[in-house]
Design a binder for this molecule. Structure first.
Ligand code: SF4
Length: 495
């Protein structure tokens, strides 16, 4: 997710390259909305990668002075054009009309409730995403100023959200009171000496680096930041909520060159590898990473252990990340395309194999088998995250509890399932030590089951807003909500 207010700059081109840098956060659709001050908002959004969606001609058509952009992924069933973003809405109010575009990273847990309320007021929707609900709440709000509308709507939204809203003359960014999803504020240098300093926001600081912007600071939880002709203005709407930044962003989701809470993730992930070795040393000949997700932690582990490190796999870099492709079948096929083991490096060796996380275990099981087939004499898996046992309701799609290999199994039982000689997961204390943070200000619910927001279990299921059949009973058959009384992992993940 990206937003920029920068007259004098090529805002659609800068948005395009920022989205390119954020492609890892979503690969199903991409979109950019742009406007001239006072003109109309133009949106281009389509299913596909950033490089597939936009042409040179699109970027010319999207010419303007301010823009927002979005990349998205979801689980199967929600990957539809209608749910691509930015969402564009307009609404008549007080005899005038408010037109806006909105992009959202996160997931609301009270989407059904808000949808019901708006429907009763006669508001209609063209998508099944909770993001359009937020757009409708803001578009129809009677406040004259968009910031006042947002300040009133923000406390009514429950769940995870970092959001950018664009009107014809400003970009307004805001973050949920718990700060679950990241949002960085950046500054662009003037295009000419004495020119105006302009600003932008992005889900990760790597997107700021790519376009030559400087990371000023993170948008604070509960803060509303306006980028406009007046520069940057800020107000904190809900300052007192329990902070709950997603600890999985440090471990897996964000790019290693991003900075979050003062940490460069590449460095933090290296420390995770060092601590992994401290927690579970083993006699071995070679350290290898599962590329690219295990690279930084493998380097840290090799450094701490003194065991040589090499590439055990060659990765095809043109195959999308398997974790975020929809559907089990695609994941299986995707893996064979993605990794090719190097028998000349591996054969006869006792390997320490480092990866960042295990969800279903299908990928890891195949990796272990590929290494054995290539002649490894021992395979010791080291994972730079604790066992994932609980679904995320805050914007990371992790499948149902029953599909998670660590659910209901001891570490030894998981090792047996995977076919490896030993397995160690980094402790939760080890994660926090590596990132220099504490549990008090973070969410680690997928590891602990301790959700930081009240009533998280009431979140709607995968199809809660699908086909007009709004209702919690619309969960997938066999989902965790049906079986455990707690709702399903969330479907709508976007950046
Ligand atoms: S449940 Fe896990 S993935 Fe979801 S926000 Fe919390 S730490 Fe992040």
């Amino acid at each position: 997710m990206f937003g920029i207010y920068a007259p004098g700059h090529e805002v659609s081109r800068l948005s395009y390259f920022a989205l390119y840098a954020l492609q890892h956060r979503g690969q199903e659709s991409a979109g950019i909305a742009a406007a001239d001050r006072g003109g109309h908002i133009i949106t281009r959004r389509e299913l596909g990668l950033v490089s597939q969606v936009f042409t040179e001609n699109d970027l010319h058509t999207l010419a303007g002075e301010l823009a927002i952009g979005h990349v998205r992924y979801s689980t199967t069933g929600s990957n539809a054009w209608e749910n691509s973003q930015p969402v564009q809405r307009s609404a008549g109010r007080n005899g005038t009309s408010r037109e806006l575009a909105l992009a959202h990273n996160g997931n609301l847990i009270n989407a059904v409730e808000l949808h019901d309320e708006l429907s009763e007021r006669g508001v209609t929707f063209s998508s099944t995403s909770d993001s359009e609900i937020v757009a409708a709440l803001i578009a129809t709000h009677p406040a004259e100023r968009i910031e006042d509308a947002i300040a009133d709507v923000l406390p009514r939204l429950r769940g995870a959200f970092s959001i950018v809203v664009m009107t014809k003359d400003r970009v307004v960014a805001f973050r949920d009171p718990h700060g679950l999803r990241p949002l960085a504020l950046g500054v662009l240098k003037p295009t000419e000496p004495g020119g105006e300093v302009r600003h932008c926001v992005a889900s990760e600081s790597c997107a700021l680096d790519i376009i030559g912007a400087t990371h000023l600071r993170d948008v604070q939880p509960g803060e509303v930041v306006t980028l406009s002709e007046e520069g940057v203005q800020s107000r904190v709407v809900t300052p007192d909520a329990r902070k709950a930044f997603c600890v999985f962003e440090y471990i897996y989701f964000a790019r290693p060159d991003s900075r979050m809470h003062g940490q460069v993730l590449q460095v933090a992930r290296g420390r995770m590898g060092e601590i992994l070795w401290r927690e579970a040393p083993v006699e071995a000949d070679l350290v290898i990473a599962v590329p690219d997700s295990g690279n930084a932690a493998a380097r840290g582990l090799a450094r701490a252990s003194g065991i040589p490190q090499d590439d055990g796999f060659v990765k095809n870099r043109y195959v999308a990340r398997t974790f975020i492709q929809p559907g089990q079948e695609l994941r299986k096929h995707g893996l064979r395309l993605k990794f090719n083991p190097l028998p000349e490096v591996i054969a006869g060796k006792r390997l320490v194999v480092v990866d960042d996380s295990i969800v279903r275990g299908n990928t890891t099981r195949q990796i272990v088998q590929m290494l054995r087939d290539a002649g490894a004499s021992e395979v010791h898996m080291r994972i730079s995250a604790p066992p994932i046992k609980h679904p995320c309701h805050y914007g990371i799609d992790m499948s149902t509890r029953e599909e998670m290999i660590a659910h209901g199994r001891t570490t030894d039982e998981v090792a047996e399932e995977l076919g490896c000689d030993s397995l160690h997961y980094l402790s939760l204390e080890g994660v926090y030590e590596a990132v220099g943070a504490t549990r008090a200000t973070h969410c680690d619910a997928c590891f602990t089951g301790q959700y930081p927001l009240d009533r998280t279990g009431e979140a709607g299921g995968k199809y809660a807003l699908e086909g007009g059949a709004v209702g919690r009973e619309a969960d997938e058959p066999g989902s965790s909500s049906a079986q455990s009384g707690e709702s399903q992992a969330l479907p709508l993940v976007r950046a």
